[in-house]
Design a protein around this ligand. Structure first.
Ligand code: UD1
Ligand code: UDP
Length: 371
């Protein structure tokens, strides 16, 4: 592999840390020089440093400490800081992953400077512009030079938007690389089931943190009601590792949490993988959790009106039910009874290697041209 390319990797939230960890390790393994920039979008230990420790990632070279704020405040502050870093480091390429405000800021900052951009997890579309994530991912794709699409479906969306086929690389999703590396280890090492006194297949796992669900009192209440109905129909308790946004809204809206729902702190990666693996059904509005459930062979019910991961539905691993309480109950029962064994549509666990190879090969081409 040509190691002349210098890559600046920008990340800022829990899913970016997890999904970029295989790329960071691949850079280390292959000797590709890189600079790690943490925007500080996530900063609580349970969303941030716990993953750096567990995934054995190096300390960020730049910690921007931007923190929380409105979309404009947060993205604007990151944009200014990331620009400063790029001017300082002068990398060949800036790599971003996913659809958060950190991704938008990284991609926009790089787009005005003489540096290439790689977007990992390109081409996902919910076709719902009310979601901030949709704006972020569309804009990042349209300024990127390398579009690392996880599947042919996402590559087709990019082509439909007129993006140059030469920029598109179908690599699979780096989440597969992360799950493959950590799931056996999680099964061996994690004591989370014992700690929570849970038996495999005796509980439902819930995550709900999306702004469109938890920032709306009525939607959040409907969602919790539906989860309680699902728990009653399946005669199982619910474990809900709650993201700080959800926790804050519960308090602010003074919502009653049903007795069958056990609220717990956000879990570290190994413990969360173990909870996913052992759950009867997973109810979620998370993107990454939909993918991991599919990869681990655990039935999933998505508490949203749309998904940018249609592959999970196509293979039979996921059902979209929104937040209507009857639909959540019916979806959970249907998925619990579904035969598992579907195919994983997100690749073979070599996405991070393929991403790095594409980036480094392009730089070889450039050098040959200039010689
Ligand atoms: C962000 C992403 C979302 C992603 C999620 C992953 C955007 C627009 N949203 O949502 O796509 O699914 O991360 O988890 O980028 N907070 C803390 N501690 C933290 C971070 C946040 O307590 O470390 C609280 C703050 O009160 C903050 C709120 O959570 O206002 C929301 O944080 P923010 O980063 O704006 O969005 P997320 O909901 O985390
Ligand atoms: N996750 C975790 N602990 C938790 C909840 C989630 O480690 O308590 C991991 C999960 O395994 C997945 C990622 O966080 O890899 C998903 O992140 P999140 O749901 O915050 O964001 P999204 O994928 O929706 O953007």
């Amino acid at each position: 592999m040509n190691t002349a390319t210098h890559v600046t990797i920008v990340l800022g939230t829990r899913p970016e840390i997890i999904k970029l960890s295989p790329v960071i390790r691949a850079c280390e393994r292959e000797g590709v020089p890189f600079t790690l920039v943490h925007t500080g979008q996530h900063y609580s230990e349970s969303l941030d440093s716990v993953f750096f420790d567990q995934l054995e990632l190096p300390e960020p070279d730049y910690q921007l400490d931007v923190g929380s704020g409105s979309h404009g405040e947060q993205t604007g502050a990151m944009l200014a800081e990331i620009e400063r870093v790029i001017l300082d480091v002068e990398p060949d390429l800036v790599l971003v992953q996913g659809d958060t405000n950190s991704v938008l800021a990284g991609a926009l900052a790089a787009s005005k400077l003489p540096v290439e951009i790689g977007h990992v997890e390109a081409g996902l579309r919910s076709f719902d512009r009310e979601m901030p994530e949709e704006t972020n991912r569309v804009l990042a794709d349209h300024v990127a030079d390398y579009l690392f699409a996880p599947t042919e479906t996402s590559a087709d969306y990019l082509r439909d938007e007129g993006l140059d086929n030469e920029r598109i690389h179908v690599t699979g999703n780096t989440v597969v690389d992360a799950v493959q590396r950590h799931s056996d280890f999680a099964a061996e090492k994690s004591a989370v089931l014992k700690g929570f006194e849970l038996e495999p297949d005796e509980f439902i796992l819930l995550t709900a943190h999306r702004a469109e669900n938890v920032d709306d009192r009525d939607r959040f209440a409907d969602l919790l009601d539906g989860v309680a109905r699902a728990a009653s129909a399946l005669d199982r308790e619910v474990v809900y590792p709650i993201h700080p946004r959800g926790r804050q809204r519960l308090d602010e809206f003074d919502l009653m949490v049903p007795d069958c729902v056990r609220l717990v702190d956000p879990q570290d990666y190994l413990d969360f993988l173990e909870l996913e693996r052992a759950a009867s059904v997973i109810l979620t509005d998370s993107g990454g959790v939909q993918e991991e459930a599919c990869i681990l062979g655990v039935p999933c019910v998505t508490l949203r009106d749309n998904t940018e991961r249609p592959e999970t539905i196509d293979v039979g691993a996921n059902r979209l039910v929104g937040v209507d309480s009857d639909a959540i109950r019916d979806g959970a029962v249907e998925m619990y009874e579904r035969t598992t064994g579907w195919e994983n549509p997100f690749g073979d666990g070599t996405a991070s290697e393929q991403i790095l190879t594409a980036v480094c090969e392009r730089s070889t081409d450039d050098q040959q041209v200039s010689q």
